[in-house]
Structure formats: structure tokens, C-alpha cells
Design a protein around this ligand. Structure first.
Ligand SMILES: Cc1cc2nc3c(=O)[nH]c(=O)nc-3n(C[C@H](O)[C@H](O)[C@H](O)COP(=O)(O)OP(=O)(O)OC[C@H]3O[C@@H](n4cnc5c(N)ncnc54)[C@H](O)[C@@H]3O)c2cc1C
Length: 431
């Protein structure tokens, strides 16, 4: 890989998500040569992807170009490529664009959708872990609505308009709420020839409550808001497969729907080459010590979703949300300085700022310390927090203006099929 020689120690950062971006921005100001490698040339603000999938925001407003991360680019290089493996003995990273040596390596590759090994499900369902996948959902839903206008067979219309989501975590809940808002607003206005009641939204989960990672109070509020919006919630139901456009579960429940979205969790995205013992088998996350060093390696670190740091307070690791990634990125910058000055490294301590999920217009839930907020207050807090953490001033402005416009016009302006989506599944009736 063509990287200019430098007298500064070279830190390769793999992944420009919340962890990689925080680290790269700050480390570039220190005496290091920072090489950030990502398979996309943008940072994806995942918390707002559901709004792209439901036509609320344009994709560009939640993507920030990684080359624009730092102003002084003397010691910062970005390379667009996929890292395939690491050779820790030679201190080399091997990628789709060639090999590159490192003094220090930071793995910040995040997670991918967890299909629990079910290849059929993986092939047949829609998922939302990247901007193109969010666009697939948007296109597919809109394409199916267009198809529904072409038939007067009500049963066929139902199948085309029905949406099933498996997994009632934040992703499933936020998507379900946004689809319900779409049904109330855009569907009625844009498709006067379709009966909006045919657009059923089903949210399925194996546990006994929605948002199981949040407090019981937050779950109850979220469930109440969703039901009020008309979302049909099926708890204690596990999806087993999706065949012939039918969602099959471990109960008698079977739902025929062309749009089936898998939102049931994530699994680590590790890179090959390190010792097997460094990766936790179940979660596929790199096991790290309290300084984020990958177990068994001195100069290799992992931060964010891909890092599994077991502590007394978090025996199963930190929650896979943006804050641990950001905070670990910040601490690692300080620890790099200590490292080159031969000072002892500091241990990571997670400051839990709370968690939140939005359900729809004026409706959100938030757990902050021991309090649970709901309704408008939580919703306004959610808007503020997301605007604050969105990367890029331009993106913040665009999103803010979009929200104001959508709020007062009950509109979802990005309801366009730019790139039609075709299902891959061979036995699909909608090839
Ligand atoms: C739909 C959705 C909604 C979410 N909502 C929230 C929310 O509201 N609040 C919250 O706190 N968290 C939320 N999260 C979780 C949050 O986005 C993650 O916890 C966070 O992004 C983790 O940051 P990270 O830096 O570890 O990894 P990521 O942000 O996932 O970044 C990983 C990066 O690595 C790159 N990459 C991966 N493998 C390779 C490779 N082999 N070679 C090159 N590049 C690679 C990827 O392209 C990506 O840019 C949400 C997640 C999803 C999917």
C-alpha cells in the first residue's frame, strides 16, 4: 500500500465508526502518523439509519466523508479498502488494497447482523447495518406500495403492504414506529387508492417485552406508544425461518409478507490472523484488557463494539452502543501518549450516560441513571442528543431542517425509489 514514510510511529486504525473516528481525529493532533482504513469512504451515523429506511432523511445526511475528518491532514491518511487479515509477527495488515506495516494497530470494525447461523434467513430477509441496506428497505417498501396499486386483489395488497420485523430492540422498535407514522401520513396522502388499514406492521420478539435492554418502565411505555400507533406486537415468539414470503415462528403464528426485516441483534466483525483465544466464540468480539489491548498482544488494540472488556460491573462486556466506542477512543489517545513516554497506561471506566429510543412523533423513552423519561420530553432529548453526536456541521443542519419540515408538514420527503431493490432469494415470488 502506498503510504508515505514518516519518522512518527504509525498507527493503523481499521474502521471509521464512532470509535475509529474519535480516535483518529484526536490522535492526528499528537505525534503519530494515523492511517485510517475503511471499506466505505464515509462514517455512517447508524442511529439515524431507520429514518433513511422510512423515507424521513436522505442517505447523505447521515454519512460523513472520512477524508474530511481532520483539517490538518499532514499526519492523517485515509485509505478505502477492506482489511482481510493481520500478521502480528510481521506487524502487517493485509487488505484488498495491499499490505501495510504498523507500529500500533487499532481494530474498530464494529459488528454485523447476527442471523445465528441461519443462512436461509440471511439470504431472504432485509437487514439494516449499512446505508445501502437502509436504502434497500426504503426502495422495497415503496416498490411494494406501487405494486399494490396495480391490483384489486385485497389479499395480495395485504401481502405487499404488510411489514414484519423480527427483533424488538431499539432498531426494530424505531423502525416499527417510523413505519406506523408513514402509514398515518404519507400513505394516506400519496396513495388515496389504497386502504391504509391494509398496511399492517408486525413486531416480533423472543423475549417478554420490547426494548429488553432498557428498564421495565421504558419497555412498558414503548409498548404502549407502539400499540397506540397501531403496531401489532407479538412477544415470546421466535422467528424460525422465512420461506415463500412466509414468516415461520416457534408458535402457531405465521405471517405472509413480502417485506420481512431482521432486526434481532448483532455479532462481532473480527479480522482474521490473531490467536483463536483472542476472540470470544459466542459474541465474536476481541477479548481486551482494561486498556483495550487485545489479549496476548502488546501493540494491538480493539475499541467499540468489537471489543469485549469484561469487568466486575460489566461481566458480559459494555453495551454495544456509541458511547463506549467514543469513550474508549478518547482514552486510547491518552494511552498512546503514555505508551510512547513509557508511562503506565490508564484503565477504562465507562460513564453510562443512559439509553434512549424513539417511537414516533413526540414519543420516545429514555433511561437516565435511575429515571425513566417518556413522551415529549424524552423525544426532545432524543432529538438534541442525536443532533449533537451527528458528525459534520452540514449534516446537522440538513437533518435539523428536515425534521422541522417533516414535523410541520407530516411529510417524509425522501420517498423516492432511486435504486430499485430486487430480492436475491431464488424461491421468491418477487424475483
Ligand atoms: C440500526 C442501528 C441503530 C443504532 N442506534 C443507536 C443509538 O440510537 N444509540 C447508540 O448509542 N447506538 C446505536 N447503535 C449502535 C451504534 O451504532 C454502535 O454501537 C456503534 O456504531 C459502534 O461503533 P464502532 O466504532 O465500534 O463500530 P461501527 O460504528 O460499526 O464502525 C465500524 C466501521 O468499521 C468498518 N469496517 C468493518 N470491517 C471492516 C474491514 N474488515 N475493513 C475495513 N473497514 C471495516 C465499517 O465500514 C464501519 O465504518 C445503533 C446501531 C444500529 C445498527
Amino acid at each position: 500500500m502506498n503510504i508515505p514514510q514518516s519518522d512518527l510511529p504509525r498507527v493503523i486504525v481499521v474502521g471509521g465508526g464512532f470509535g475509529g473516528v474519535t480516535l483518529s481525529r484526536k490522535l492526528t493532533k499528537q505525534n503519530f502518523q494515523v492511517v485510517l482504513i475503511d471499506r466505505h469512504n464515509y462514517h455512517n451515523f447508524q442511529p439515524l439509519m431507520y429514518q433513511v429506511a422510512t423515507s424521513g432523511l436522505e442517505p447523505d445526511s447521515i454519512a460523513f466523508p472520512l477524508r474530511g475528518l481532520v483539517e490538518d491532514r499532514k499526519n492523517f491518511l485515509f485509505r478505502l479498502g477492506e482489511v482481510n487479515s493481520i500478521d502480528p509477527d510481521k506487524k502487517i495488515v493485509c487488505s484488498s488494497i495491499g499490505d501495510v506495516s504498523y507500529d500500533y494497530l487499532v481494530i474498530a470494525t464494529g459488528t454485523k447482523t447476527n442471523f445465528f447461523g441461519n443462512k436461509d434467513l440471511e439470504e431472504a430477509s432485509l437487514q439494516m447495518k449499512s446505508v445501502p441496506q437502509a436504502l434497500n428497505i426504503r426502495s422495497y417498501m415503496l416498490q411494494n406500495l406501487e405494486k399494490a396499486t396495480l391490483t384489486n386483489d385485497v389479499e395480495e395488497q395485504k401481502k405487499l403492504m404488510r411489514i414484519v420485523l423480527s427483533g424488538a430492540g431499539p432498531t426494530g422498535v424505531e423502525l416499527a414506529g417510523a413505519f406506523a407514522e408513514f402509514k398515518k401520513g404519507v400513505l394516506k396522502n400519496d396513495y388515496p387508492d389504497l386502504n391504509p388499514e391494509l398496511m399492517e406492521i408486525h413486531l416480533l420478539d423472543g423475549s417478554d417485552r420490547v426494548l429488553a435492554s432498557m428498564s421495565e418502565k421504558a419497555s412498558q411505555k414503548a409498548e404502549k406508544y407502539l400499540r397506540k400507533l397501531g403496531v401489532q406486537i407479538h412477544l415470546n415468539v421466535l422467528v424460525k425461518n422465512y420461506e415463500e414470503e412466509t414468516v415461520l415462528t416457534n408458535t402457531d403464528l405465521q405471517i405472509v409478507a413480502y417485506t420481512f426485516i431482521w432486526s434481532a441483534g448483532v455479532i462481532g466483525n473480527p479480522i482474521k490472523g490473531l490467536r483463536e483465544e483472542s476472540v470470544d466464540e459466542r459474541s465474536q468480539r476481541f477479548l481486551v484488557d482494561k486498556m483495550n489491548r487485545v489479549e496476548g498482544y502488546e501493540g494491538i488494540f480493539a475499541i467499540g463494539d468489537i471489543a469485549l472488556m469484561k469487568t466486575e460491573e460489566f461481566p458480559k462486556g459494555h453495551p454495544q452502543v456509541a458511547q463506549p466506542a467514543i469513550q474508549q477512543g478518547k482514552l486510547l489517545v491518552k494511552n498512546f501518549k503514555r505508551l510512547v513516554n513509557n508511562q503506565p497506561l490508564k484503565e477504562f471506566s465507562y460513564l453510562d450516560k443512559g439509553s434512549m429510543a424513539t417511537i414516533g412523533r413526540n414519543k420516545a423513552v429514555a433511561d437516565v441513571k435511575n429515571f425513566t423519561l417518556g413522551g415529549f420530553l424524552a423525544w426532545i432529548t432524543w432529538l438534541g442528543v442525536h443532533l449533537y453526536f451527528l458528525v459534520g456541521v452540514r449534516n446537522r443542519l440538513v437533518v435539523f431542517l428536515n425534521w422541522i419540515y417533516n414535523y410541520f408538514n407530516f411529510d417524509r420527503a425522501a420517498r423516492v425509489i432511486i435504486r430499485p431493490y430486487q430480492k436475491k432469494k431464488i424461491n421468491s415470488k418477487l424475483k
